[in-house]
Write a protein that binds this ligand. Structure first.
Ligand SMILES: [Zn+2]
Length: 384
């Protein structure tokens, strides 16, 4: 089981897997629950979920008997893997992509609740992964004072330490022979050098982690000084600051950061929704509904795709993908781009998100309880 994987790369790799027959199983299993939930309880839950999925295989349209058998037996493989190989960590969900026919067995642990999905198709259903990828890079937290800087990444509700920068501070006792002023300068030099070093390390960590946003934490006076020394490449990602002591326990820090990131995410969702409302209201640059979004996505005209959270679970709109050129369509028999027959059925919501990732269109998944007249299920802002 891969513990630290890049969602974007994994999604890209998985999207290259396909089977001639509709036998690829995409299965999300929730393993969240009481920390002390026994292994037996978990085993029972898993085997129940797998059995429900196996019963559901009968209802899937378009499967031949051999396909059903293959899918049921791959679900057995998942149950067996859970029983014999799974070691429980901090993850809340496991994403399985399995097809024995093409030698695919991929398990990805994610520390976020992903709604339960069971899909069978010719290729992996990557909606769950893609939903995660929209917040994949997480937030950088730099907790800093005059002597120490701790650099963390907060991602999927989990705080991880990346680097610690510690610098010796001159002996706090005034050394004989030094004038007060000269001594003060000496201390300030040290603090300046420490913060500069912390700033450089922050840039290096950002290069690797590619945070979407940054929070600066620490005593106020140091935060101001430190922020002034940061590279613009870092400062442009700063979304807030926190007054905290560097001695804070890591679990407490994780709790505070989690709350603060949630609030910031809602604020940024709200701002983007206002942009969407303006785009629809005042100009011709807004799009509403899955049909129009699909049309504009095909023509690479979208900047941001908005999707209501519940839509990922509930929306089941069937569409078509042209097997010649990949064009998506909501209806019709021939591809509007190349004229080939439209014969491959796809679940449109998933296909649309996949296209968005492929074309570099930003995907914004918006919580259901943030009101906006402009976004019912799917909407988008066009590129200028
Ligand atoms: Zn085509």
């Amino acid at each position: 089981m891969k513990k630290d994987f890049s969602i974007k790369e994994t999604a890209e790799k998985l999207s290259r897997h396909s089977c001639d027959r509709p036998r690829v199983v995409s299965f999300v299993l929730g393993v969240e629950g009481d920390e002390f939930i026994g292994k037996n309880q978990l085993r029972m839950d898993v085997s129940n979920t797998v059995r429900q999925a196996q019963a559901h295989v009968e209802d899937i349209i378009g499967l031949e008997t051999a396909d059903r058998k293959a899918v049921v037996s791959d679900l057995d493989l998942i149950a067996k893997w859970m029983d014999t190989q799974y070691i429980r960590g901090k993850e809340k969900s496991l994403l399985f992509f399995v097809c024995s026919e093409i030698g695919l067995f991929e398990v990805l642990p994610v520390n976020e609740s992903v709604s339960h999905t069971f899909e069978v198709g010719r290729s992996p259903n990557l909606v769950a992964l893609e939903a995660l990828a929209t917040k994949a890079h997480g937030t950088g937290i730099i907790l800093v004072n005059k002597e120490i800087a701790r650099i963390y990444t907060f991602r999927f509700n989990e705080l991880r330490i990346d680097r610690v920068v510690e610098d010796e501070v001159p002996n706090k006792h005034h050394k004989g022979g030094w004038s007060q002023m000269r001594y003060q300068r000496h201390v300030e030099d040290h603090v300046y050098r420490h913060l500069s070093r912390a700033s450089n390390v922050t840039s290096h960590v950002l290069d690797v982690r590619k945070w979407d946003s940054v929070l600066i934490a620490g005593p106020e006076e140091v935060r101001t000084m430190f922020t002034g020394l940061l590279h613009p490449y870092v400062t442009q990602r700063i979304v807030g600051d926190l007054s905290l002591s560097v001695d804070i326990a890591e679990s407490e820090l994780e709790r505070i950061v989690s709350k603060s990131v949630e609030r910031l995410n809602r604020e940024s969702d709200q701002k983007l929704l206002w942009d969407l409302e303006r785009a629809i209201d005042q100009s011709d640059s807004g799009v509403q509904g899955i049909e129009d979004a699909t049309r504009d996505m095909r023509d690479s005209r979208l900047e941001v795709l908005f999707v209501r959270d519940h839509t990922l679970r509930d929306m089941d709109v069937q569409g078509y993908r042209c097997h010649e050129c990949g064009y998506l369509a909501t209806s019709g028999q021939r591809c509007q781009n190349c004229g080939a027959d439209l014969e491959e059925h796809v679940e449109l919501m998933g296909a649309l998100m996949q296209e968005a990732f492929r074309r570099g269109c930003k995907v914004q998944i918006v919580a259901d309880d943030i009101p906006s007249w402009a976004l019912k299920d799917v909407a988008a802002i066009r590129r200028y």
